[in-house]
Design a protein around this ligand. Structure first.
Ligand code: SF4
Length: 251
């Protein structure tokens, strides 16, 4: 599912309510340094005809127009959400774009939150981290506790070291949301003790203020993937909820 505009929606999100989406990636293509087997935007190789990424100026214009229109119609917006067709922090203007978005949010919808869905790969860069620190919901992905498993699930397009990402995320001092996809394929099983145990160790180090556990919801580029039900996830994550972690499960 590709979004063609910089600002789209609002759409109903099972995680965020009425969510106005922002796509900082090309209009007709996906741009990501992961190529997840479950990505709703399909494989990277299938969407490379358009490389134009919106600038801070493009975003200001599009977001102002949309927020003016929604405010005039009385459309509710719970979250202004950076998601889109790829990884938003790859946009070279990301930090400036966050500042503009916060300014416009304060002007038009002061009670809505700003959320960024990110694969966390750029969190070690100070400029990206400092921008993520300013938003209400930095929602950062760790699906796999080892580089070997990440290679199967997320298929990073370059160097990826889970320990480096964990160190980057530790700088949030727990003030972020961790998102993790749970699924099974013929090659691996997110619910197996070899995966779950080390992933929980990472959670205990990071102490995120919330965990969003979810599973596949739509058609996936890799076939043969299996959902893990909400009930099963709740059971798997019970040790963490017993320890006081706040967990949101979307089956
Ligand atoms: S990180 Fe997100 S956008 Fe990138 S490939 Fe994975 S699911 Fe798709």
């Amino acid at each position: 599912m590709m979004r063609e505009e910089i600002v789209f929606g609002p759409i109903f999100s099972r995680r965020l309510g009425s969510s106005l989406g922002i796509n900082l990636l090309p209009e007709r293509g996906k741009l990501c340094n992961f190529d997840c087997i479950y990505c709703e935007c399909g494989w990277n190789r299938d969407g490379l005809d358009d490389r134009y990424v919106p600038t801070a100026g493009d975003l200001r214009k599009a977001l102002t127009a949309k927020l003016e229109e929604c405010a005039a119609k009385g459309t509710p917006i719970d979250s202004i959400t950076f998601s889109g067709d790829g990884e938003p922090t790859l946009n070279p203007d990301f930090a400036e774009i966050i500042d503009i978005t916060l300014e416009l949010r304060d002007r038009f919808y002061p009670s809505s939150v700003v959320s960024v869905l990110s694969n966390a790969t750029m969190v070690c860069r100070d400029e990206v981290f400092n921008a993520l620190r300013k938003v209400d919901n930095p929602i950062m992905k760790i699906d796999a506790p080892t580089a070997q498993l990440a290679a199967r699930i997320n298929r990073p397009q370059g160097h990826y070291d889970v320990e480096e990402i964990v160190k980057g995320l530790l700088r949030f001092e727990g003030d972020f949301v961790l998102q993790t996809m749970f699924l099974r394929s013929p090659d691996f099983d997110s619910s197996s003790p070899e995966v779950l145990g080390p992933w929980m160790d990472i959670v205990r180090r990071l102490r995120p203020r919330e965990i969003m556990a979810y599973t596949i919801d739509r058609e996936t580029p890799m076939k043969g993937l299996e959902k893990i039900s909400a009930e099963e996830m709740a059971l798997l994550l019970k040790p963490l909820s017993d320890e006081g972690f706040k967990i949101q499960i979307k089956g």
